[in-house]
Design a protein around this ligand. Structure first.
Ligand SMILES: [Zn+2]
Ligand SMILES: [Zn+2]
Length: 360
């Protein structure tokens, strides 16, 4: 058994992250893959774990290896790991089924786990990917085309959007394709949501608080979308007259959630992907909200995590973005740091979209 550098954190303990080493099993079983980590995306969940707000170490361990949004390369494939060969790019699936194999997990829908005992790499009960090498079951990864290269590290955040959009479109069954999309928040999930909605042919409006000449605004405009600086013009005024058919909420800021709901069109659906802690009271006319939602066939739906099918779709869609929006994926990854500079990767500027840690 050898060892590999890793970023470790003691869950529940603020600023406990540090670089250390963890063992690597060199012998792999028939259905397993020995992987080297190429890159890991950093997001708000990692920051929350480092703040001690969240996270759970594997059973019997004091520390958790951080990192859940990853891209890996196959070093060695077990004899039964058919379809994989050394050099292949793969994206590990973050959430794994609960030990009870509840009815949802039993059919591969760990994202809808009924016991809550699911595990998540780098978050809950399973070590993550901020380490040089690891061994995984071949059925715990999806393949990524070589041509996608480093951009495949964006797969996991895109799966969040894939599932949210799927849920919205399961409800939005009114005749005619949805025409207009609203994305609240131009962070990584919001930017990927905008790309996905544009790729589906929607007229997309992205709302944030950065100025109209900021890189995020220019990014949205270069994909053919509309950027709205909500501090200057409320998006309810700057959007389409009839409202939005599909909304993807990526901030978790409750006042924005209800503004987005009230900006929906007839038959509109708002999918929520953002979580915020604490408490926030709002004065809302719930009679009006109820009447509007009933009379206009509107829906608001929450969406968390993703199943294998969303990973497979995300990999395909990323490849499609590369063709449809040349040069734009390059602008989604705004900062790269080596493992030794992990602390820098946690610091995010207002114009940053996705920061990644590069390993191999
Ligand atoms: Zn994440
Ligand atoms: Zn389950």
């Amino acid at each position: 058994m050898s060892s590999t550098d890793a970023i470790l954190v003691t869950p529940g303990q603020k600023d406990s992250f540090r670089q250390g080493t963890v063992p690597v099993i060199d012998e792999i079983g028939p259905g397993e893959l020995l992987l080297e980590v190429v890159a890991v995306g950093i997001c708000g969940t990692d920051a929350e774990i480092c703040e001690g707000l969240y996270g759970q170490a594997p059973a019997g361990h004091e520390a958790l290896v951080l990192g859940h949004e990853s891209l890996c390369r196959v070093v060695q494939a077990g004899s039964d790991a058919t379809g994989f060969k050394p050099g292949d790019l793969v994206v590990p699936i973050v959430r794994r089924p609960c030990p009870e194999r509840c009815p949802a997990c039993a059919v591969g829908r760990w994202d809808e786990c009924l016991t809550g005992h699911y595990q998540e790499h780098g978050i809950k009960g399973l070590d993550g990917f901020l380490r040089g090498r690891l061994v995984l079951d071949a059925d715990a990864v999806v393949s990524a085309p070589a041509a996608l290269g480093e951009f495949a590290v964006l797969t996991e955040p895109l799966t969040i959007v894939e599932k949210a959009l799927e849920r919205a479109l399961q409800i939005h069954t009114a005749p005619g394709h949805p025409q207009t999309g609203l994305v609240t928040g131009a962070g990584p999930v919001g930017i990927l949501a905008a790309l996905l909605l544009r790729s589906r042919g929607l007229d997309v409006y992205v709302v944030d608080q950065r100025p109209a000449d900021s890189p995020k605004a220019r990014f949205v405009e270069s994909m053919g979308g509309h950027y709205i600086d909500d501090t200057k013009t409320p998006f309810e005024k700057a959007g389409p007259a009839g409202g939005f058919d599909i909304g993807l909420e990526a901030t978790g800021y409750a006042p924005l959630v209800f503004r987005a709901l009230s900006a929906l069109a007839q038959n509109g659906v708002l999918a929520l992907t953002g979580v915020t802690g604490g408490h926030h009271s709002l004065d809302i006319d719930v009679n009006l909200m109820n009447s509007t939602m009933v009379l206009e066939n509107q829906a608001m739906v929450g969406s968390v995590n993703a199943a294998r099918a969303h990973y497979e779709r995300a990999v395909q869609d990323l490849a499609g973005f590369g063709v449809q929006f040349p040069g734009l994926l390059e602008q989604v990854i705004t900062a790269r740091h080596p493992l030794a500079d992990f602390a820098k990767a946690l610091q995010k500027g207002p114009d940053d979209i996705k920061t990644i840690v590069t390993l191999g």
